[in-house]
Write a protein that binds this ligand. Sequence first.
Ligand code: GFB
Length: 324
Amino acid sequence: MVSKGPSYALRNKRVWVAGDRGLVGSALVRRLQNEGCEILKAPRDSVDLRRPDQVERWMTDTKPQAVFLAAARVGGIYANDTRPAEFIYDNLMIQSNVVEASRRVGVEKLMLLGSSCIYPRLAPQPIPESALLTGPLEPTNEWYAVAKIAGIKLGQAYRRQYGCDFISVMPTNLYGPGDNFDLLQSHVVPALLVKAHAAKRSRAPAIEVWGTGKVRREFLYVDDAADGMVYLMQNYSDEAIVNLGPGSDVSIVDLVSLICNVVGYQGEMKFDSSRPDGAPRKMVDTSFAESLGWKAHTSLRNGLEQTYRWYVDNVAPDGKRAVA
Ligand code: GFB
């Protein structure tokens, strides 16, 4: 039986969002604005989270009481597959340094962020938290997954040996404002928004879609993810990991159709089967998070519309920022 643990209010606390400029970190900063806490952000030029001395100095100086570890080396299927050393080394170092320094400076509560790719490639669907370490990983992201599994185990070990209140959440594929729209680094949602937008502007007859388009993914809007993380930080305290997702998935073909509809592009899809598909499916079982009192609420269409608007306003070469 998992205990819910006492409520941990963030009000008036010093809360460090590690990775505040990333997709998840920036959403956490937006969400935490409602909690009446002091949000700490580490300066990028002087705090390299891969360096233990720099992390410990920053935490000793700033004394955070709560930490969201949203900093990570992340990327889509191509980036994961082609830069395995960075994905395993950077993530192992960032997690180890922040977890150990959190123990040393007496952080009251810390949340580690994992990913649904920690589960076996052929896990039962929807994937329960108990599927962790029950089978082989998806090869295109095993380096990242191994690092994230080590992060989970690190948090659990510190809870057992030192009594640290460290918890871990496993979100599904995330998307939203602040995402990375570089085609060689990005995940499928930002990549297809960029491609559909460019094809619409140039009146191209088709856009390129990697793989077969038959695999399925579950997409969680990043502001929902941040809401779930803040909720669990305040209401959950135990060793077991917690899945976060909207509770439904979609094939890549259907996702791309929806993206084209949101962008207003009416051309064809051209599938590049020389590119990998990755895992056939990875939809998580969210019943544990629901039993703790949290549920996502943004529909995929609504989330894509908001993400597209943000892309046009902030990143697109022909967008407002470029014009201003
Ligand atoms: O989002 P994505 O890169 O990550 O790819 P994964 C999802 C699916 O979309 C794959 C297909 O089947 C891709 O082949 N896809 C189609 C595309 N067109 C494109 C495109 O233009 N760009 C991209 N990126 N994909 C990641 C992991 O896997 O999921 C990470 O590599 C992380 O470790 C993340 O866990 C959540 O879902 O396949």
